[in-house]
Design a protein around this ligand. Structure first.
Ligand SMILES: Nc1ncnc2c1ncn2[C@@H]1O[C@H](COP(=O)(O)OP(=O)(O)OP(=O)(O)O)[C@@H](O)[C@H]1O
Length: 303
Protein backbone atom coordinates (compact mmCIF):
# COMPACT_ATOMS: atom_id res chain seq x y z
CA UNK A 1 0.00 0.00 0.00
CA UNK A 2 2.83 2.39 0.83
CA UNK A 3 4.18 2.02 -2.70
CA UNK A 4 1.55 4.68 -3.58
CA UNK A 5 2.19 8.33 -2.92
CA UNK A 6 0.69 9.66 0.28
CA UNK A 7 -2.69 11.37 0.00
CA UNK A 8 -1.74 13.71 2.82
CA UNK A 9 1.68 14.74 4.10
CA UNK A 10 1.89 16.80 7.27
CA UNK A 11 5.39 18.12 7.96
CA UNK A 12 6.68 19.59 11.21
CA UNK A 13 3.50 21.38 12.24
CA UNK A 14 3.42 23.57 15.35
CA UNK A 15 0.18 25.08 16.66
CA UNK A 16 -0.38 27.18 19.79
CA UNK A 17 -3.47 28.85 21.20
CA UNK A 18 -1.83 31.74 23.07
CA UNK A 19 0.44 30.05 25.62
CA UNK A 20 -1.05 26.54 25.09
CA UNK A 21 0.99 24.43 22.70
CA UNK A 22 -1.49 22.07 21.04
CA UNK A 23 0.86 20.55 18.42
CA UNK A 24 4.61 20.34 18.57
CA UNK A 25 6.55 19.21 15.53
CA UNK A 26 3.68 17.01 14.32
CA UNK A 27 4.33 15.05 11.12
CA UNK A 28 2.22 12.37 9.45
CA UNK A 29 1.72 10.65 6.11
CA UNK A 30 -1.55 8.99 5.14
CA UNK A 31 -1.68 6.60 2.18
CA UNK A 32 -4.68 5.62 0.03
CA UNK A 33 -6.94 3.01 1.61
CA UNK A 34 -5.55 3.41 5.13
CA UNK A 35 -7.68 3.96 8.19
CA UNK A 36 -5.42 6.22 10.23
CA UNK A 37 -6.33 6.55 13.90
CA UNK A 38 -5.18 9.56 15.90
CA UNK A 39 -5.08 8.23 19.45
CA UNK A 40 -4.40 10.17 22.62
CA UNK A 41 -5.89 11.30 25.92
CA UNK A 42 -8.07 14.43 26.23
CA UNK A 43 -6.16 17.57 25.31
CA UNK A 44 -3.38 15.70 23.49
CA UNK A 45 -4.00 17.63 20.24
CA UNK A 46 -6.16 15.24 18.20
CA UNK A 47 -8.78 17.82 17.16
CA UNK A 48 -6.08 20.37 16.40
CA UNK A 49 -4.31 17.80 14.19
CA UNK A 50 -7.54 17.10 12.27
CA UNK A 51 -8.24 20.84 12.01
CA UNK A 52 -4.80 21.41 10.52
CA UNK A 53 -5.34 18.54 8.05
CA UNK A 54 -8.67 20.02 7.01
CA UNK A 55 -7.32 23.52 6.66
CA UNK A 56 -9.71 24.95 9.27
CA UNK A 57 -6.89 25.45 11.80
CA UNK A 58 -3.89 27.36 10.49
CA UNK A 59 -0.55 26.05 11.71
CA UNK A 60 1.98 28.52 13.16
CA UNK A 61 4.75 26.59 11.41
CA UNK A 62 4.93 23.56 9.14
CA UNK A 63 3.14 22.38 6.04
CA UNK A 64 0.20 20.25 4.99
CA UNK A 65 0.21 18.89 1.45
CA UNK A 66 -2.57 16.94 -0.17
CA UNK A 67 -1.74 14.78 -3.17
CA UNK A 68 -1.88 16.90 -6.28
CA UNK A 69 -0.12 19.73 -4.45
CA UNK A 70 -3.30 21.25 -3.00
CA UNK A 71 -2.83 23.16 0.23
CA UNK A 72 -6.40 24.39 0.36
CA UNK A 73 -8.65 21.41 -0.13
CA UNK A 74 -11.44 21.85 2.41
CA UNK A 75 -13.89 23.16 -0.19
CA UNK A 76 -13.12 20.21 -2.42
CA UNK A 77 -15.59 17.34 -2.76
CA UNK A 78 -12.87 14.77 -2.41
CA UNK A 79 -12.79 15.18 1.38
CA UNK A 80 -15.75 14.75 3.74
CA UNK A 81 -15.52 15.56 7.42
CA UNK A 82 -17.47 15.12 10.61
CA UNK A 83 -16.27 17.22 13.52
CA UNK A 84 -17.97 16.12 16.75
CA UNK A 85 -20.54 16.65 17.95
CA UNK A 86 -22.48 16.77 14.67
CA UNK A 87 -24.05 20.25 14.39
CA UNK A 88 -26.90 20.95 11.96
CA UNK A 89 -30.02 23.11 11.78
CA UNK A 90 -32.28 21.71 14.49
CA UNK A 91 -35.58 22.72 12.90
CA UNK A 92 -34.78 21.61 9.38
CA UNK A 93 -35.34 18.09 8.10
CA UNK A 94 -32.47 15.76 7.26
CA UNK A 95 -32.94 16.28 3.52
CA UNK A 96 -33.08 20.09 3.99
CA UNK A 97 -29.86 19.99 6.02
CA UNK A 98 -28.20 17.86 3.33
CA UNK A 99 -29.34 20.30 0.65
CA UNK A 100 -27.45 23.05 2.52
CA UNK A 101 -24.35 20.84 2.79
CA UNK A 102 -24.46 20.06 -0.95
CA UNK A 103 -24.79 23.78 -1.72
CA UNK A 104 -21.76 24.56 0.47
CA UNK A 105 -19.83 21.83 -1.31
CA UNK A 106 -21.04 23.17 -4.66
CA UNK A 107 -22.55 19.88 -5.73
CA UNK A 108 -25.48 20.23 -8.11
CA UNK A 109 -26.72 16.71 -8.91
CA UNK A 110 -27.37 15.31 -5.53
CA UNK A 111 -30.03 13.00 -4.06
CA UNK A 112 -30.46 13.19 -0.27
CA UNK A 113 -32.04 9.71 -0.24
CA UNK A 114 -28.95 8.12 -1.81
CA UNK A 115 -26.70 9.46 0.92
CA UNK A 116 -29.18 8.74 3.72
CA UNK A 117 -29.62 5.14 2.57
CA UNK A 118 -25.85 4.60 2.95
CA UNK A 119 -26.19 5.27 6.68
CA UNK A 120 -29.57 3.57 7.16
CA UNK A 121 -31.56 6.81 7.52
CA UNK A 122 -33.45 6.80 4.20
CA UNK A 123 -36.82 6.49 5.94
CA UNK A 124 -36.13 9.62 8.04
CA UNK A 125 -35.41 12.09 5.24
CA UNK A 126 -38.35 14.27 6.30
CA UNK A 127 -37.80 14.30 10.09
CA UNK A 128 -36.25 17.25 11.90
CA UNK A 129 -32.62 16.94 12.99
CA UNK A 130 -33.69 17.88 16.56
CA UNK A 131 -35.65 14.62 16.90
CA UNK A 132 -32.59 12.36 16.39
CA UNK A 133 -30.81 10.57 19.26
CA UNK A 134 -27.06 11.30 19.73
CA UNK A 135 -26.18 8.09 17.86
CA UNK A 136 -28.44 8.96 14.91
CA UNK A 137 -27.06 12.52 14.85
CA UNK A 138 -23.55 11.13 14.45
CA UNK A 139 -24.78 8.77 11.71
CA UNK A 140 -26.38 11.72 9.99
CA UNK A 141 -23.07 13.60 10.39
CA UNK A 142 -21.38 10.74 8.52
CA UNK A 143 -24.08 11.01 5.83
CA UNK A 144 -23.27 14.71 5.42
CA UNK A 145 -19.57 13.84 5.09
CA UNK A 146 -20.51 11.43 2.27
CA UNK A 147 -22.16 14.16 0.16
CA UNK A 148 -20.24 14.29 -3.13
CA UNK A 149 -18.89 10.75 -2.62
CA UNK A 150 -15.45 11.87 -1.34
CA UNK A 151 -12.45 9.53 -1.34
CA UNK A 152 -11.12 10.78 1.99
CA UNK A 153 -13.18 10.95 5.18
CA UNK A 154 -12.16 12.67 8.41
CA UNK A 155 -14.05 11.86 11.62
CA UNK A 156 -13.31 13.54 14.96
CA UNK A 157 -14.27 11.19 17.82
CA UNK A 158 -17.17 9.74 15.82
CA UNK A 159 -18.67 7.75 18.72
CA UNK A 160 -18.33 10.39 21.43
CA UNK A 161 -21.47 10.55 23.60
CA UNK A 162 -23.15 7.69 21.74
CA UNK A 163 -24.66 4.69 23.60
CA UNK A 164 -23.12 1.20 23.10
CA UNK A 165 -25.65 0.12 20.46
CA UNK A 166 -25.22 3.35 18.47
CA UNK A 167 -21.45 3.06 18.86
CA UNK A 168 -21.44 -0.41 17.28
CA UNK A 169 -23.61 0.84 14.39
CA UNK A 170 -21.26 3.76 13.72
CA UNK A 171 -18.21 1.49 13.90
CA UNK A 172 -19.66 -0.98 11.40
CA UNK A 173 -20.57 1.91 9.12
CA UNK A 174 -16.96 3.15 9.24
CA UNK A 175 -15.68 -0.41 8.63
CA UNK A 176 -17.91 -0.72 5.56
CA UNK A 177 -16.65 2.64 4.21
CA UNK A 178 -13.11 1.26 4.55
CA UNK A 179 -14.15 -1.89 2.66
CA UNK A 180 -15.43 0.37 -0.12
CA UNK A 181 -11.89 1.73 -0.46
CA UNK A 182 -12.24 5.07 1.30
CA UNK A 183 -9.24 6.56 3.05
CA UNK A 184 -10.30 7.42 6.59
CA UNK A 185 -8.66 9.50 9.31
CA UNK A 186 -10.36 9.38 12.69
CA UNK A 187 -9.53 10.46 16.20
CA UNK A 188 -10.38 8.66 19.40
CA UNK A 189 -9.22 8.36 22.98
CA UNK A 190 -10.32 4.72 23.04
CA UNK A 191 -7.64 2.16 22.32
CA UNK A 192 -10.29 -0.50 21.65
CA UNK A 193 -11.93 1.68 18.98
CA UNK A 194 -8.61 2.31 17.24
CA UNK A 195 -7.77 -1.41 17.40
CA UNK A 196 -11.16 -2.36 15.95
CA UNK A 197 -11.29 0.17 13.12
CA UNK A 198 -7.83 1.29 12.10
CA UNK A 199 -5.06 -0.13 9.96
CA UNK A 200 -2.58 2.48 11.21
CA UNK A 201 -2.22 4.73 14.23
CA UNK A 202 -0.42 7.82 15.41
CA UNK A 203 -0.25 8.22 19.18
CA UNK A 204 -0.22 11.77 20.56
CA UNK A 205 0.73 12.98 24.00
CA UNK A 206 0.73 16.67 24.89
CA UNK A 207 0.81 17.63 21.22
CA UNK A 208 3.75 15.43 20.29
CA UNK A 209 3.77 12.30 18.21
CA UNK A 210 4.97 9.40 20.34
CA UNK A 211 4.78 6.69 17.68
CA UNK A 212 3.29 6.12 14.26
CA UNK A 213 2.92 2.97 12.19
CA UNK A 214 0.68 0.02 11.51
CA UNK A 215 -1.41 -1.18 14.45
CA UNK A 216 0.61 -4.37 14.44
CA UNK A 217 3.99 -2.60 14.56
CA UNK A 218 3.01 -0.01 17.14
CA UNK A 219 1.15 -2.21 19.57
CA UNK A 220 2.49 -5.70 19.07
CA UNK A 221 6.18 -5.22 18.41
CA UNK A 222 7.27 -5.03 22.02
CA UNK A 223 8.55 -8.39 23.12
CA UNK A 224 9.18 -9.69 26.57
CA UNK A 225 10.96 -12.80 27.84
CA UNK A 226 9.51 -14.80 30.72
CA UNK A 227 12.09 -16.80 32.71
CA UNK A 228 12.14 -19.10 35.70
CA UNK A 229 14.81 -21.10 37.53
CA UNK A 230 15.05 -23.01 40.83
CA UNK A 231 16.98 -20.09 42.41
CA UNK A 232 14.77 -17.12 41.49
CA UNK A 233 16.62 -14.64 43.70
CA UNK A 234 19.94 -15.49 42.03
CA UNK A 235 18.28 -15.25 38.60
CA UNK A 236 16.89 -11.80 39.41
CA UNK A 237 20.23 -10.59 40.75
CA UNK A 238 22.11 -11.34 37.51
CA UNK A 239 19.56 -9.58 35.27
CA UNK A 240 18.53 -6.62 37.40
CA UNK A 241 21.44 -4.38 36.36
CA UNK A 242 22.38 -6.15 33.15
CA UNK A 243 22.66 -4.01 29.99
CA UNK A 244 20.87 -6.89 28.22
CA UNK A 245 17.54 -5.77 29.64
CA UNK A 246 15.55 -2.55 29.78
CA UNK A 247 13.43 -3.68 32.70
CA UNK A 248 13.15 -6.70 34.95
CA UNK A 249 10.11 -7.56 37.10
CA UNK A 250 9.23 -10.61 39.13
CA UNK A 251 5.59 -11.52 38.41
CA UNK A 252 3.79 -14.63 39.70
CA UNK A 253 6.92 -16.67 40.30
CA UNK A 254 8.56 -15.77 36.98
CA UNK A 255 10.92 -13.04 35.84
CA UNK A 256 9.67 -10.79 33.04
CA UNK A 257 12.40 -9.08 31.04
CA UNK A 258 12.03 -6.38 28.42
CA UNK A 259 15.14 -7.10 26.33
CA UNK A 260 17.50 -4.41 25.04
CA UNK A 261 17.62 -3.99 21.27
CA UNK A 262 18.96 -7.09 19.44
CA UNK A 263 18.97 -9.39 22.48
CA UNK A 264 17.58 -12.85 21.68
CA UNK A 265 16.30 -15.66 23.95
CA UNK A 266 19.53 -17.61 23.30
CA UNK A 267 21.60 -14.64 24.55
CA UNK A 268 19.54 -14.69 27.74
CA UNK A 269 19.87 -18.47 28.10
CA UNK A 270 23.65 -18.34 27.57
CA UNK A 271 24.08 -15.49 30.07
CA UNK A 272 22.12 -17.41 32.73
CA UNK A 273 24.15 -20.58 32.08
CA UNK A 274 27.46 -18.66 32.31
CA UNK A 275 26.29 -17.48 35.73
CA UNK A 276 25.60 -21.03 36.90
CA UNK A 277 21.83 -21.03 36.35
CA UNK A 278 19.93 -23.62 34.33
CA UNK A 279 16.60 -22.09 33.29
CA UNK A 280 13.46 -24.15 33.90
CA UNK A 281 11.38 -21.79 31.72
CA UNK A 282 12.17 -19.39 28.86
CA UNK A 283 9.34 -17.98 26.75
CA UNK A 284 9.18 -15.15 24.27
CA UNK A 285 5.87 -13.22 24.51
CA UNK A 286 4.39 -10.12 22.94
CA UNK A 287 3.04 -7.37 25.16
CA UNK A 288 -0.69 -6.76 24.98
CA UNK A 289 -2.05 -3.66 23.23
CA UNK A 290 -3.09 -2.25 26.60
CA UNK A 291 0.35 -2.77 28.14
CA UNK A 292 2.04 -1.11 25.20
CA UNK A 293 -0.39 1.84 25.27
CA UNK A 294 -0.01 2.30 29.03
CA UNK A 295 3.78 2.18 28.65
CA UNK A 296 3.63 4.71 25.83
CA UNK A 297 1.55 7.07 27.94
CA UNK A 298 4.09 6.74 30.76
CA UNK A 299 7.00 7.57 28.46
CA UNK A 300 8.40 11.04 28.85
CA UNK A 301 7.73 13.29 25.89
CA UNK A 302 11.07 14.47 24.60
CA UNK A 303 11.39 18.22 24.19
N1 LIG B 1 -9.59 27.25 20.30
C1 LIG B 1 -8.80 26.99 21.34
N2 LIG B 1 -8.40 27.98 22.18
C2 LIG B 1 -7.57 27.72 23.22
N3 LIG B 1 -7.07 26.52 23.51
C3 LIG B 1 -7.44 25.48 22.73
C4 LIG B 1 -8.32 25.67 21.59
N4 LIG B 1 -8.48 24.46 20.98
C5 LIG B 1 -7.75 23.57 21.70
N5 LIG B 1 -7.13 24.19 22.74
C6 LIG B 1 -6.20 23.55 23.72
O1 LIG B 1 -5.22 22.87 22.97
C7 LIG B 1 -4.90 21.59 23.57
C8 LIG B 1 -5.18 20.49 22.56
O2 LIG B 1 -6.59 20.46 22.33
P1 LIG B 1 -7.29 19.50 21.26
O3 LIG B 1 -8.75 19.78 21.31
O4 LIG B 1 -6.60 19.63 19.98
O5 LIG B 1 -6.98 18.08 21.90
P2 LIG B 1 -7.86 16.74 21.85
O6 LIG B 1 -6.87 15.62 22.00
O7 LIG B 1 -8.74 16.73 20.66
O8 LIG B 1 -8.72 16.86 23.16
P3 LIG B 1 -10.20 16.27 23.46
O9 LIG B 1 -10.09 14.78 23.37
O10 LIG B 1 -10.46 16.75 24.86
O11 LIG B 1 -11.11 16.87 22.43
C9 LIG B 1 -5.76 21.50 24.81
O12 LIG B 1 -4.96 21.93 25.91
C10 LIG B 1 -6.89 22.47 24.55
O13 LIG B 1 -7.40 23.00 25.76
Amino acid sequence: MEADSPIITVSHVYKSYREIRALKNFSLKVYPGQVMGILGPNGSGKTSALGVLLGVVLPDEGEVDWSGGSKCFHKSHSVGALLSPAKFYMNLSLSENLAIVSKLKNISHFQAKDVLSKVGLADRAGVKFSTLTPGLRQRFGIASALVGNPNVLVFDEPTLGVDPEGTEEIRSLIASLHEQGKTIILSSNLLSEIEQLCTHVVVLKRGRRLVNGSIEDVFWSQEKFVLAAPEMEHLRSIFVDSPMVRSCNEIEGALELLPAEGITPSDVNRFAFENGIVLSRLEQQKSSMETRFINLMKEEVLA
